[in-house]
Design a protein around this ligand. Sequence first.
Ligand code: SF4
Length: 385
Amino acid sequence: MTDVIASSVNSEPTKGYFAQQLSDLNWSEITALHQNATSSDVDRALSASKRTLADFAALISPAAVPKLMDMIAQANALTRARYGNTMSLFAPLYLSNTCANECTYCGFSMSNPLKRLTLNQAQIEQEIAAIKGKGFDHVLLVTGETSKVSMPYFQKVLPLFRQHFSQVSMEVQPLSQQDYQQLQALGLDGVLVYQETYHQPTYQKHHLRGNKTDFVYRLETPDRLGQAQMHKIGLGVLLGLEDWRTDTLMMASHLRFLQKKYWRSRFSIGFPRLRPCVGGIEPKSVITDRELVQLIAAWRLFDADVELSLSTRESPEFRRFAGQFGITTMSAESKTQPGGYAEETPKALEQFSIHDDRSVAEVAKMLTEQELQVVWKDWDPALRS
Ligand code: SF4
């Protein structure tokens, strides 16, 4: 087991992609790291100056629950030291709900009988006006995964966004390194690509048709992004598909690998929990609110610099609390259906249900009351080297 930890965390990665390293990470051994963690492992982790994967395992384990308040206090101190009293806000903009994949947990799955819509230029301009009117300067472009909404479409629409927003990120199908370089030249700053789960048998069980069935190609996407020197790369697992602790440890190992190899890029971590959707499934491994608090605090203790992002899947109360000690970026007033900002579209078009439906003005007010400064812009194209 020691060798696994050492090779995944402490040694310099040599060559290859993370997919090669993942095959050396034994799921049962990684599970044992958190299952066997003791109170003294937690104390050691809390007092460590530089935390290892074993420390992180202890911090997300049940043994750390009695120390949760200590974790939150330390996480808060680290977050404020690194980010100050700030919270970045962004808007996800769904460009298309067309998808050629079948994912058991998603309302956009190809077999779901819902109306499909891909925004044209006029509709996009309406969405841009609506989002800019709310004050946003960072937009996350989201689409389903299909050849109908791919590079030609992205190349056409990105310049529209570049004109209006300081920061443009994407959450779309995995692309090649060359594609990423082309999109970067058009103004793309960041890409989120969630692996959903690092447990390949579970991954295959939930991704039934389409290109997303290729576990390895998806897993190699952050490497291609790193090689393209993308400014920001976002990772995440869909909390609930598998044992969330083991999946998270795999992702922590992935993050360390990427940070060492692609040190020019920044990284962010998302915390999507399975939410009800049309035709969706129930979570296999439920993560409670308290456990999600523990997980966010543990991430901050594991990495003081990484951006921690929380979506409107979570409740207003939860977001209020999580913003106090670890989360540094939030979406607000999100619409998870194409055209949702400019006009009211049927809820049946949504990818998933949101839990925090407050206006962005209400979210900003809540943050101000917490003495957090709202950051609309933390990046500018002029900063590109
Ligand atoms: S999760 Fe993504 S790839 Fe899967 S069905 Fe939904 S939009 Fe398509």
